[in-house]
Ligand binder design. Structure first.
Ligand code: TUI
Length: 314
């Protein structure tokens, strides 16, 4: 499956594994890269030494390209930005901000830079300062989200820039992947489906909660604080949304979400923790290896496109 993106990065299939904080560590990332996609280590809120160690471990497990996602609200973002250049990490993706000030350093180090954007304005700015490609992430995604849906965002970003665009948000199978191509994307980034990958080392309770999720189980906390986060509903979201509707202060709300992702991912407290997952969680229930996920998605995408062409007499 060749697109400008597979050529740019030297990968076999245009599938990125999303840089999920606390979830996407070196074993998952290297498994995805070994399966022909682009595995991504999430820096999340971690410190630089931890991420450097993860990078070195990934290098030991794969000869294929892999990436590091830098969450730009992390106080250690600047140190991590320098570290990925020093370590010669092949690809960096960024989230929750603009990586403008690091771009020239990464370009000089030969790092491919692929910012995650949630608006056309940021997409254009990123292309102007040298982005090699972009991930256009719709608000169906889990975690920190923007305003627009994938269906509305992707074609508008594709029209606004000339670099390759990957679609993210709500893509969990070959049909979603085929739809992304129809919108003009040249690749997809998948998060939620990889939560259930066999190589994903998270608490079994988290996997089980995602596997049991129904279509309407997804909720957004933090709309009033300016940090909207999509999670699966539980005791924490019930309390949070009640407090939020009563006009609670930022401090009161943050008490509920501080360390909440770790609580869910590591401790398996899926009642009081933050179970970040996208709207597609209701479709995700199979435990598979990364290789099986990637192969199934790509062959299904090819099959549905072929069938639709036949049906439409193309
Ligand atoms: O970054 C994400 N998703 C994330 S990061 C994350 S870690 C976290 N944990 C707890 C609390 C808060 C965060 C969990 N999920 N996706 C990429 C993304 N970036 N989505 C939206 C944006 C975005 C939003 C506004 C990017 C830039 C932006 O504005 C920047 C500007 O300067 O215009």
């Amino acid at each position: 499956m060749k697109t400008r993106l597979t050529e740019l990065l030297g990968i076999e299939v245009p599938v990125f594994q999303g840089g999920m904080a606390w979830v996407a560590e070196h074993k998952l990332a290297s498994a995805v890269s070994n399966a022909g996609g682009l595995g991504i280590i999430a820096a999340g809120g971690a410190d630089c030494d931890y991420v450097r160690d993860q990078v070195r471990r990934a290098k030991a497990l794969t000869d294929k390209p892999f990436g590091v996602n830098i969450m730009l609200m992390n106080p250690a973002a600047e140190d991590i930005a320098r570290m990925v250049a020093e370590e010669g990490v092949p690809v960096v993706t960024t989230g929750a901000g603009s990586p403008e000030k690091y771009m020239s350093m990464w370009k000089e180090a030969g790092v491919k830079v692929i910012p995650v954007v949630a608006s056309v304005a940021l997409a254009k700015r990123m292309e102007r300062c040298g982005a090699d490609a972009l991930v256009a992430e719709g608000c169906e995604s889990g975690g920190h989200i923007g305003e627009l849906t994938t269906m509305a965002l992707v074609p508008q970003v594709v029209d606004a820039v000339s670099v390759p665009v990957l679609a993210a948000g709500g893509i969990g199978d070959g049909r979603g992947m085929a739809a992304a191509f129809m919108l003009g994307a040249e690749g997809v980034q998948v998060g939620t489906r990889f939560l259930l990958a066999e190589e994903t080392q998270i608490h079994e309770n988290y996997k089980d909660r995602v596997a049991r999720a129904k279509d309407i189980d997804s909720q957004v906390t933090g709309r009033s604080t300016g940090h909207p986060i999509r999670v699966l509903r539980n005791q924490m979201t019930r309390e949070y949304l009640k407090l939020e509707s009563e006009g609670a202060t930022l401090d009161e709300l943050e008490k509920l979400t501080l360390g909440a992702l770790r609580k869910a991912v590591v401790d398996g407290d899926v009642k009081n923790g933050s179970v970040m997952a996208g709207q597609i969680a209701g479709l995700v229930s199979k435990r598979q290896t990364c290789r099986e996920i990637i192969e199934e998605m790509t062959t299904e995408a090819q099959k549905v496109i072929r069938e639709k062409c036949r049906l439409l007499d193309i």
